[in-house]
Design a protein around this ligand. Structure first.
Ligand SMILES: Nc1ncnc2c1ncn2[C@@H]1O[C@H](COP(=O)(O)OP(=O)(O)O)[C@@H](O)[C@H]1O
Ligand SMILES: Cc1ncc(COP(=O)(O)OP(=O)(O)O)c(N)n1
Length: 270
């Protein structure tokens, strides 16, 4: 039996809603064999981030080598990379092992405001890693920091997507979750020539912790299985919409999304 193999290079969220844990749950639900390289341990729960503990450089390098020497992931995502040093290491190993289908979720700040990427690392993300990306998936504040432009409307989101493609990412997906303006949320996908708009109803809920991680992990799982980018993003958007709609109600703050929801719906279960 051959199986799609998906790798996540990201931080750990002990609460299970974001980071490595959200990625693995999503890979599993979508039928991809999941592997991990852990960059940092974030002590967190639904009320915020209580501490961030980066893994020593050699520990990350060794995890990348142990993966690269024995496995050939068919798609890889990056999440919390924390520092310029780690970003450059990932870029170097990416080329060394000739991996393909890189999804960059440029994680910068957690929902409660805790920094998950050092400020000076944004430049390294743009110059060293982004040119290797098949698709980069910033939310609006991340797109602003990557491009240096302010984004307050849809045409600015399109312009940001254009600039991210000019930086070397083959596709850019500028997500609309942070645009609180309307009852609909529009994610803008740009393929270098045309725009695709993924429009969904905004769910009124506080349980949106880890939405970006889960969305990018779902894209990665679908790419690992061989889907083209637009099809992968479309399935992933349905996955995250179901995960937000069928809330679990866990925790006193921003609770995790429901990683079971999409497949339960596919099976016709409640
Ligand atoms: N309340 C919501 N209802 C429906 N979809 C949402 C909601 N919040 C976020 N999303 C979707 O989840 C995905 C990630 O959201 P976003 O908030 O933009 O990024 P991040 O989680 O990285 O901050 C996007 O597709 C966005 O459209
Ligand atoms: C370890 C770790 N990685 C990433 C995040 C941020 O995840 P994201 O999907 O952007 O969701 P929010 O935290 O913004 O809800 C994280 N918190 N921890």
């Amino acid at each position: 039996m051959s199986i799609a193999q998906a790798l996540t290079i990201a931080g750990s969220d002990n609460g299970g809603g974001a980071g490595i844990q959200a990625d693995l749950k999503t890979f599993q639900e979508l039928g991809a064999y999941g592997m991990t390289v852990i960059t940092a341990i974030a002590a967190q729960n639904t009320t915020g981030v209580q501490g961030v503990f980066p893994i020593p450089y050699d520990g990350i390098a060794q995890q990348l080598d142990s993966t690269g020497e024995d496995f050939q992931p068919t798609a890889t995502k990056t999440g919390m990379l924390y520092s310029a040093e780690i970003i450059r290491l990932v870029a170097e190993k990416w080329q060394q092992y000739r991996w393909s289908n890189l999804v960059i979720d440029p994680v910068m700040v957690a929902k409660g405001g805790a920094p998950l990427l050092q400020q000076e690392a944004v430049k390294a993300l743009v110059t060293d890693l982004l040119p290797h990306a098949l698709i980069t998936t910033p939310n609006i504040p991340e797109a602003e920091l990557l491009t240096g432009m302010s984004i307050t409307n849809l045409s600015q989101r399109e312009e940001a997507a254009r600039r991210i493609v000019q930086m070397g990412s083959t596709y850019a997906l500028v997500k609309g979750g942070h645009d609180e303006g309307s009852g609909m949320i529009v994610d803008v996908l740009y393929d270098g020539q045309s725009f695709h708009y993924l429009e969904n109803v905004r769910v009124v809920t506080r349980h949106t912790h880890g939405t970006g991680c889960t969305y990018s992990a779902a894209i990665t799982a679908e790419l690992a299985k061989g889907s083209p980018v637009l099809a992968a993003v479309t399935t992933a958007r349905a996955f995250i919409q179901a995960a937000i709609e069928d809330e679990l109600g866990i925790g006193a703050g921003h609770g995790p999304t429901n990683h079971f929801a999409y497949q339960r719906r596919q099976r016709g279960e409640q």
